[in-house]
Design a protein. Sequence first.
Length: 732
Amino acid sequence: MTKKKHRKPSHNKISNLTNTILSILKKDRNQSFNYKQIAAKLGVNDASSRNQIIKKLAQLKAKEEIKEIDRGKFQIVNNTEYHTGIFDAAQRGNGYVICDDFEDDIYIASNNVNKALNGDEVELYVYKRRKRGKLEGEITKIIKRAKTEYVGIIQLHKNNNFAFVVVDGNKMKTDIFVPINKTLKAEDGDKVLVTLEDWPEKADSPNGKVLKVLGKAGEHNTEIHAILADYGLPYEFPKEVEDYANNIDLKIQPDEIKKRRDMRKDLTFTIDPKDAKDFDDALSFTVLENGNYEIGIHIADVSHYLQEGTVLDDEAYERATSVYLVDRVVPMLPEILSNGACSLRPHEEKYTFSAVFELDNKAQIKKEWFGRTVTYSDARFAYEEAQAIIENKNNTIPAEVSLTGKEYKTDQAIADAVLKMDELAKIMRGRRMRDGAISFDKVEVKFNLDEDSNPIGVFFKTSKDANKLIEEFMLLANRKVSEFVGKQKPEKTFVYRVHDEPDESKLMALQGVVSKFGHKINFNSKNGIASSLNKLLNDVQGKKEQNLVDTLAIRTMSKAEYTTHNIGHYGLAFDYYSHFTSPIRRYPDVMAHRLLQRYLDGEKSANEEVYEEKCKHSSNMENLATKAERDSIKYMQIRFMQDHQDEEFVGVISGVTDWGIYVEIISNKCEGMVRTRDIKGDYYEFDQDQFALIGQKTKIMYQLGDEVIVKVKQADLVKRHLDFELIGKANS
């Protein structure tokens, strides 16, 4: 007879039991747990493990970290160590929580992330102790996911019974598990849009389902659509929206003209980029008998066609902005409106909303008028054509610009108008600069594309007098419209474009960088900061550090946003400012038109809470559109560099981190990374104070702003990574 075997009791010690129990109780702070429930969550059921849990519960109760609310049932002790913030994921699975309660970000180790994803609003427990000189914490709850839809590449399991989606970018450290019946028949290697459905407690990966198959990874249209999908931006209009737009009566009606100021006889023209298809704004110019000038800023009256409560208006509000990618525009409005009825095309009558000013020779405003108008555009200039008139200082216009041929509208009259308005614009700009405005004339990178959207060249777009002429008159309209509403008594709800003062710590960091190039910032006063920033931006013009300094200076600025609470616009030095001049591509401008007309009609103030919510949505959509635009530029830069893999380039070190240096090529502004581990000849360490990588043995230093020679190591379109190989320092 065989003896009955007795299983030996386990005496294995459960590792990290204190933190594990606290973590379980923190996640469900309003629930109570007994030792059996905790054991079940830990997946243990032997006597030794249960005893360890019972003892640990007693110890934690004695330390008053937990409380016994019923016999044998425990709950976490709520205290002030819990905070909320936004999780910023790092590449290695750890990250930081940006929390208003602390000056420094809170470090979160990878084992304390607890299923938080980049951008999530989280609750966290902050330890009283510091690790590595940093405050450290643990995420205890996901309050709100930043997003639930992700773009990535699908990988089918070899038996085709399930799949994983590998998410684009380096902020998501886990793949998404997708059952085979939720893949939409995507093929291996397809780029897809996937949504998170749930994340089981013991699962390493969340479960999801494919919402849309975008196409094969690496193909041009697939990657552009992926950029839009990643930010939740559409690339086509729903059929019902297109149908609604196509059925709007777009004819200019005599009855409607009677309700408006008729300005069709005023000399009127547009100045826009040569490839523009929608024209938001036009200028009119008349010399008055008293020698002053009547200048009209005429804006497409989008609100006439965009009626509240319609599917068209709902769609425009949801989009809130047009998105300008490298090879296409994703418009806020269907083309029949954006490029047709609302576009102030030459030789066509249009409904407009206008700000009309009487100015003297010193650009002082003598009279102002706001209201709905009907206008006729006599000519369309490209910026280059208007610039030619300004530079030549003559009264001839390029042959390409055709006028209507009416007697009172001659080549000489329109050229004279451009020259006089340029003169007035320069006076207004000078006044703004003296008042403390900051002049950001950052170089824009543009690509020459062939018919298949392949980048065949790079050019730089700079702002010249013709651009600044338009800018000054648009700023005038935006400022005076918001001032007109903002100064009304009792106070009226309006949509302002505000810009707060720069953060002093960011200015100090900027000073640390620019001092390495011999520049200095004056911190003595608000005007001192503005004038020294302008001097800095002017001094770096044409120098190797220009793009770096321009970029860093912009980053020191607070982010402009839409709100009903006016605090003025620091960068422009205006006490009142709104967006009024681009309603074809910005929804806040449409709101400004509606509110202005409401108050011109003598109606009471609009609901502030409703408009504040709309402002927040508009600011958020603007932010997403900006990110998508940057991603499309990065994508096109990588495509461009794929064809230049064997060439050496001179670049400027534009960023330094412990994992590598970022280098911006001077000739084309493409930025890539040289990884620290790939720099040959020494072991390099990051020196934060000097913004440099320094070799341990050789003491060779690669510092922010240094010129170096690089070659393309890898140009990965799918991952959107551009890696460089470091050849050495330039001129060494």
